[in-house]
Design a protein around this ligand. Structure first.
Ligand SMILES: Nc1nc2c(c(=O)[nH]1)N[C@H]1C(S)=C(S)[C@@H](COP(=O)(O)O)O[C@H]1N2
Ligand SMILES: [Mo]
Length: 324
């Protein structure tokens, strides 16, 4: 297999997660995957109709960030068009440019989010009640995908801590598990073995309670479009993008470290922590640099994606190579 340096990578070629998947599917089918070309051909989706030109969400009543926990970003925001048409959402497609179209009819109402497990007051929230309970604010964060690209996104959301406090975690709770909706009639790839479904993710409780950790319901002042994880997704800005699980229906407080989809798929490549770290390479490629979507050239990747001052102490004393 051909591994390229980030400098050589063109947008359409950054697909290591997908390369892995193809390998797995080939193995399942009893065929040996030898060439990237062949695997790309397998997944190329022909006949993807033209995308709707101007998809818009509903305008949100957004407050300015209420506190000084959010480091100000001077880097340019990625365009709305790129944020909404360059997506990883494998339930719909493994082709980043096809997700927007394939997800366009995804139904996001009515929607409930169950918060349960080791909590005093388990509750299933209707999404609109949940959003009333927690006023949303704008948070401009860097977004770094493990594949080597990044964006700057003005998310709209509220701290996950606000929801967790509402249900009162018990003393034994040490982790938070998240689950995406399972709706194979709407999500075509859930009828395939491309990943184990439903998509699941997890955080340590202190990571989940950190003021930078958001539940997101919008971006650029509008409700999320389906391709970005409508109606509610997680955003953890110091971790690789795959931790930002989309279209969440269940949140469970646990005492044991919960399974995560990418760790289940390839435990040697994707760990539980998945903190952005230029000093710990992925086994098949470097994490030292990244390509900012919409810009030419590459940038240096920052430790904890530039949020070390805010979150570094969560990992003091931990070996970040062993806990990748
Ligand atoms: N349910 C679900 N959540 C998911 C994914 C997915 O395939 N399914 N992809 C992840 C990955 S790899 C990334 S980089 C981000 C992409 O979010 P965006 O499309 O809003 O930029 O979503 C993450 N959340
Ligand atoms: Mo990603």
């Amino acid at each position: 297999m051909l591994i390229k340096k980030p400098d050589d990578i063109k947008r359409s070629e950054i697909t290591p997660e997908q390369t892995y998947l193809n390998r797995r599917n080939f193995m399942r089918a009893g065929v040996l995957a030898g060439s990237t070309l062949l695997t790309a051909a397998l997944y190329r989706e022909f006949a993807v109709p033209e995308e709707p030109l101007r998809q818009q969400g509903e305008k949100l009543n957004v407050q300015q960030a209420a506190n000084d926990t959010v480091p100000p970003l001077t880097e340019a925001r990625t365009s709305f068009a790129d944020i909404t048409h360059y997506n990883n959402f494998y339930e719909f497609s493994t082709d980043k440019s096809a997700v927007a179209y394939k997800a366009r009819n995804f139904v996001t109402r009515p929607w409930t989010v169950a918060v349960e497990g080791l909590v005093q007051k388990p509750k299933t929230f209707d999404l609109d009640d949940l959003l009333k309970l927690a006023p949303v604010e704008e948070r401009v964060y860097r977004h770094r995908c493990v594949e080597g690209w990044s964006m700057v996104i003005p998310w709209v959301g509220f701290p996950l801590a606000r929801l967790l406090k509402e249900v009162e975690p018990l003393g034994q709770a040490r982790y938070v598990a998240f689950q995406t909706i399972y709706a194979p009639s709407q999500m075509p790839n859930q009828s395939t073995g491309v990943l184990d479904w439903p998509y699941v993710e997890g955080l340590r409780l202190d990571e989940a309670m950190h003021p930078l950790t958001l539940l997101v319901s919008g971006l650029y002042g509008q409700t999320l479009l389906p391709q970005n994880g409508a109606p509610l997704r997680l955003v953890v800005p110091w971790k690789y993008g795959f931790k930002g699980i989309k279209s969440i229906i269940k949140i469970t407080l646990t005492s044991e470290q919960p399974p995560t989809t990418w760790n289940l798929a390839a435990s040697d490549e994707y760990g539980f922590y998945s903190n952005v770290n230029p000093n710990v390479d992925h086994p098949r490629w470097s994490q030292k640099r990244e390509r900012r979507i919409g810009e030419f050239g590459v940038r240096d990747t920052l430790l904890f994606n530039g949020y070390a001052e805010q979150v570094g102490q969560l990992y003091s004393g931990m070996d970040l190579r062993a806990n990748f």
